[in-house]
Design a protein around this ligand. Structure first.
Ligand code: 13P
Ligand code: SF4
Length: 311
């Protein structure tokens, strides 16, 4: 099976035959987004996984997204097309080091971004995504002592808009750290009427320029509802697919990375998933996400707490 047409019809046949649902993140390639049953941000993917009655969930995203789905649905088969689809942000927070950090700060409530391993979630009080981080932080009294990990940019941003002083883990995403301030300013000069949209994982200097800061879903909603016609988008460039599809009359310009010789505004982990791998995953029901039961039993609590607060 090589051509697109075969792959599409085979994927459609297999998902029906096996009662499988395909969930895709906005950072997947356009063909995967188009064939998915549902496309969304990391919160929406967890919400969909938690309520589906499909027997198999194929999570077209990165490992922590598959893990979150598996923790929420321990009795279902959860597959990801490529198990090597990791996340540099999740990797910037090794569980053993994070556990030490938590142990060294007794009396702190632990809030972790969903971009973490199950083992980090297992020592967390409540999980957040960029969609609900502010709401969840603000659900705690102002005097609450909070550890926030692992993204320092999101943590600093939430501290700045809530007036909190959360203790931050020093992690970051390699895609969002790479956007070039100079090149975005050049684009703004070239297109003065363009609005700048930025994900809170970007560095502060980029966020200071932004007209709208938000999760992938929030940026998409803003672009769709805005009367502006041009947008410079500082997040992984996969989101442009849905932005253009929902807004054919508007122009979306991907914010460039510092290094113009690489496609560094694409997440190399997200892009490991392909249509061919999706087809093979459905066919062989591999690779499957497995989570140690002991860790899953603890990690499910802060994930469910997040879903309860966000519902
Ligand atoms: P969202 O929660 O905005 O979809 O972000 C996920 C992610 O991996 C950002 O890099
Ligand atoms: Fe992780 Fe960054 Fe890729 Fe998102 S874009 S999955 S945070 S490496």
């Amino acid at each position: 099976v090589g051509g697109d047409i075969d792959l599409k019809s085979e994927i459609n046949r297999l998902r029906k035959e096996k009662n499988a649902i395909i969930l895709a993140h906005y950072y997947q390639s356009g063909d995967i987004q188009d064939i998915a049953d549902f496309v969304g941000d990391s919160l929406a993917l967890a919400q969909w996984a938690s309520k589906t009655d499909a027997s198999i969930i194929v999570l077209c995203g990165v490992h922590f997204m598959g893990e979150t789905a598996k923790i929420l649905c321990p009795d279902k088969k959860v597959l990801v097309p490529d198990l090597n689809a990791g996340c540099s942000l999740a990797d910037s927070c090794p569980a053993d080091d994070f556990k030490k950090f938590v142990r060294n700060n007794p009396g702190y409530t632990v809030i972790s971004y969903v971009n973490t391993s199950a083992a980090v979630k297992a020592v967390t009080d409540v999980v957040v995504t960029s969609t609900n981080a502010r709401q969840i932080v603000e659900s705690f009294p102002t005097e609450e002592k909070i550890i926030f990990g692992p993204d320092r940019n999101l943590g600093n941003y939430i501290n700045s808009i809530t007036g909190r002083n959360m203790k931050l883990w020093d992690g970051a995403c390699h895609v969002h750290e790479e956007f070039s301030l100079e090149k975005i300013l050049d684009l703004k000069k070239q297109y003065p009427d363009a609005l700048i949209l930025a994900h809170p994982e970007c560095k502060k200097v980029i966020l200071m320029l932004a007209d709208k800061i938000g999760s992938t879903a929030a940026l998409l909603k803003y672009a769709t509802e805005s009367s502006a016609k041009k947008f410079i988008v500082a997040t992984e460039s996969g989101i442009l697919h849905e932005m253009k599809k929902s807004n054919p009359d508007k122009t979306f310009i991907p914010a460039p990375p510092n290094d113009s010789t690489c496609a560094c505004n694409e997440c190399n982990f997200m892009r490991l998933n392909t249509m061919k791998k999706l087809y093979l995953t459905l066919k062989y029901e591999l690779p499957e996400i497995k989570v140690d039961k002991d860790i899953a039993d603890r990690a499910v609590l802060p994930i469910k707490k997040m879903l309860d607060i966000s519902s």
